[in-house]
Write a protein that binds this ligand. Sequence first.
Ligand code: ZN
Length: 138
Amino acid sequence: MFFNKNKKQKSKEVKRYLTLQRHVADSIITYAKTCHPNEGILILQGQTKKSNIIVDGLVVPPFASHGPYYSGFPTYDLPFDLSYIGTAHSHPGGSNRPSLEDLNNFYGFVSVIINYPYSESDIGAFDRNGNQVHVAII
Ligand SMILES: [Zn+2]
């Protein structure tokens, strides 16, 4: 089961790259601004090809809770869908580094974080080990 949180991955793991379609990046930016000063969270839809993760859609999660410090949703309530490959959420503060809480609530393959003031260059991504994932917007 690849959602096992306790198993530390070997460092040999393939380096992943994240490709965001332009309209997806724009939607994440708009959503983050709308939720500000609270955090907002979205589900990333797309596919993985070898080491490349391609995001081509977004889903607003059901039962999402918003707060100034943490946004989350119960992943066990989500329908099983192979096209759900990760999440994107906003940090109303000035950093797009993952918090411990973010790592403990990791879902899917990749987690995208955008921090205030929510411009394209404020978008970051990381894997379940907290390693930075290279982001390309096409
Ligand atoms: Zn966070």
